[in-house]
Design a protein around this ligand. Structure first.
Ligand code: SF4
Length: 109
């Protein structure tokens, strides 16, 4: 009898976990857009040359920057196409503008 209850508890737990995982996955992107904006004065942002507007990046101090490089085309960007801003894997807990840039930029596959 004890085994039966344990098995039931395990199955019930599995069903709850199975229901929650897809739900959390759906919440993730929406939350990313609501994250506080990354402050360009943040020490890590400064160290990586983060700019709110890729078209205004200082070419002299960022020779690797190219005009078509933006957060929206970066592999680290978590926003969807058309989003004004989204999360970034490098700046956890913050959002970056789709038109932003930093030295970690790498083309989205
Ligand atoms: S890593 Fe990519 S998405 Fe994140 S701030 Fe830099 S360029 Fe933007």
């Amino acid at each position: 009898m004890h085994n039966k209850i344990s098995r039931r508890a395990v199955i019930k737990g599995g069903l709850i976990a199975g229901a929650l995982v897809p739900a959390l996955g759906m919440i993730g992107p929406a939350e990313a857009a609501d994250l506080p904006a990354l402050d360009p004065a943040d020490p890590t942002a400064k160290a990586l040359g983060f700019a709110i507007d890729s078209s205004k990046v200082d070419a002299a101090s960022n020779p690797t920057h190219k005009a078509d490089q933006k957060c929206s085309t970066c592999a680290q960007y978590q926003g969807k196409a058309g989003d004004a801003r989204g999360g970034c894997n490098i700046f956890a807990g913050k959002s970056v503008p789709a038109g932003g840039w930093c030295r970690v930029w790498a083309k989205k596959p």
